[in-house]
Design a binder for this molecule. Structure first.
Ligand SMILES: Nc1ncnc2c1ncn2[C@@H]1O[C@H](COP(=O)(O)OP(=O)(O)OP(=O)(O)O)[C@@H](O)[C@H]1O
Ligand SMILES: CC(=O)C(=O)O
Ligand SMILES: [K+]
Ligand SMILES: [Mg+2]
Length: 477
């Protein structure tokens, strides 16, 4: 496939019934998708595996590095089936939530949280269906039954999600279903695993130890969608590999008017710590049905780009919408235009704190400074661990960032990171030869031309494969 897309901000598209066939997946990649999200809240392992194999096939056939992310359901609470699919509500009605499955009606409704009656307190609010229904806890028997008053809401429909922003939910971050899904995910080479409803850094540690026990190299995305995660945001960013601003649940778990500032705060902190950050949910929501986005959606996507997000995500738009490919084309156009804003670049150009890697980081930081000073065409990095790619990207250079590695899986992982363009390379002779060689490859594929200034980072001596310790400027002859 022609690599014509040099945009910095990446597009992550959720796969569902509208897109889980080979030709649509390929159409989405051609339209600008950089990574796919498989949502384990829906679908079977067989269906997910089929999509996974299609994406692997596309990567092979078209020499792309499309990243694959598995999104675990986590402790998402839901009501059970309701008689006839839904029941009408009116203000002041009293509903009874029970913890044993039953067909819901005015008598009782199943809610999938065993300890609800123990953990909830009178006076706490319960939100159903993304906050479209608001309930107030009036009474709990402390074992299996809770009475709630309807504050507002027209209908309660089957299997709608329940949020308890004021309740200390005692469920673990990895449910039994998540553990079964994780088993499947770790048997395959998923690049990223997103953990829903993260509350503390321990949630991430737990997932990390399970990933390591299976010798998988999958990286972790912490989904920020609980008030507790906001309280622990610095510790969570320190320990995770990446972050998602999961605006769907977050928007009902915290007062909705806080969303814009929280998005900006989280994106800013992630860039400073060189952790990729995804902005998710309802970015192009109206395109689930319509062929064009609303003005507000156009501006939302552009603002996420200007905030500095690594990735913008599509959910229902590509999973179950009528125009999956059109949505990506529109999003791609919005990104392209927003990236003309000069204020996006170099805004974070300050060296990171002194850490174990501060010597290699000095190379990454200065590669961006020099690239800016000499108006270079690109920054080229060779990586094994991905460190150089994450660090160079975090300084948000205007130059292209070309990353070479012999590790195809790592390249696919890095494809989710702001500005990174990946190339497979497995010849290691000497540093001088390798620099010449990768420059020739980029020139041959039309990425560089005579007179272009190039910044190379690397490690000398090459055969020791140590951390990045070298920076070189050259001009393409
Ligand atoms: N693999 C799938 N199989 C079937 N339907 C899917 C699949 N993935 C997504 N969907 C549908 O697309 C919708 C939007 O997808 P998305 O992944 O954003 O779900 P979500 O907002 O996380 O949903 P939920 O809150 O139900 O987990 C879902 O509500 C679902 O109806
Ligand atoms: C993506 C997701 O989980 C949310 O927005 O809540
Ligand atoms: K999910
Ligand atoms: Mg969510």
């Amino acid at each position: 496939m022609e690599i014509s897309n040099f945009q910095k901000t990446k597009i992550l598209a959720t796969v569902g019934p509208s897109s889980n066939n080979y030709s649509t997946l390929l159409g989405l990649v051609k339209a600008g998708v950089d990574a796919f999200r498989l949502n384990f809240s829906h679908g079977t392992h067989e269906a997910h595996l089929k999509v996974f194999e299609y994406i692997q096939y596309i990567n092979k056939k078209y020499k792309t590095n499309i990243s694959i992310l598995a999104d675990l359901q986590g402790p998402k609470l839901r009501v059970g089936e309701i008689e006839n699919g839904r029941m009408a509500l009116k203000k002041g009605d009293i509903l009874t939530f029970v913890n044993e499955p039953c067909l819901g009606n005015a008598e009782k409704i199943y809610m999938s949280y065993k300890q609800f009656a123990q953990d909830v307190k009178v006076g706490e609010k319960v939100l159903v269906d993304d906050g479209n229904v608001q309930l107030l806890v009036k009474e709990t028997n402390g074992t299996n039954e809770v009475k709630l008053e309807v504050l507002y809401g027209e209908f309660l429909s089957s299997r709608k999600g329940v949020n308890l922003p004021q309740t200390n939910v005692s469920l673990p971050s990895l449910t039994e279903k998540d553990l079964r899904d994780l088993d499947f995910i770790l048997q395959h080479d998923f690049n990223w695993i997103a953990l829903s409803f993260v509350r503390s850094p321990k949630d991430i540690e737990d997932l990390r130890s399970r990933i390591q026990a299976k010798k998988s190299r999958a990286k972790i995305i912490a989904k920020i969608e609980k008030p507790e995660a906001i309280d622990n945001i610095d510790e969570i960013i320190d320990i995770t590999d990446g972050v998602m601003v999961a605006r769907g649940d977050l928007g009902v778990e915290v007062p909705m008017q806080r969303l814009p500032m929280l998005q900006k705060m989280i994106v800013e902190k992630c860039i400073k710590k060189a952790k990729p950050v995804i902005v998710a949910t309802q970015m192009m929501d109206s395109m689930i049905k319509n062929p064009t986005p609303t003005r507000a959606e156009i501006i939302d996507v552009a603002n996420a780009v200007i905030d500095g997000a690594d990735v913008v995500m599509l959910s229902g738009e590509t999973a179950m919408g009528i125009h999956p490919v059109k949505v990506v084309e529109a999003m791609n156009d919005i990104i392209g235009e927003a990236e003309k804003m000069d204020s996006i670049y170099y805004r974070h150009l300050t060296p990171s704190e002194k850490s174990d890697s501060f010597l290699s980081d000095a190379i990454c930081y200065n590669s961006c400074r020099i690239a800016r000073q000499v108006d270079a065409k690109c920054i080229i990095g060779m990586t094994k661990s991905g460190y150089t790619a994450f660090m160079v990207s975090s300084y948000r250079p205007k130059q292209s960032i070309f990353i070479f590695s012999s590790d195809e899986n790592m390249l696919n992982t890095l494809n989710l990171v702001w500005g990174i363009r990946c190339f497979y390379y497995d010849k290691y002779t000497s540093t001088d030869d390798t620099i010449k060689d990768v420059q020739n490859l980029l020139a041959a594929s039309g990425h560089l031309k005579t007179g272009d200034i190039v910044i190379n980072t690397g490690s000398m001596p090459l055969h020791e494969r140590k951390k990045t310790n070298m920076l070189k400027i050259s001009v393409i002859e």
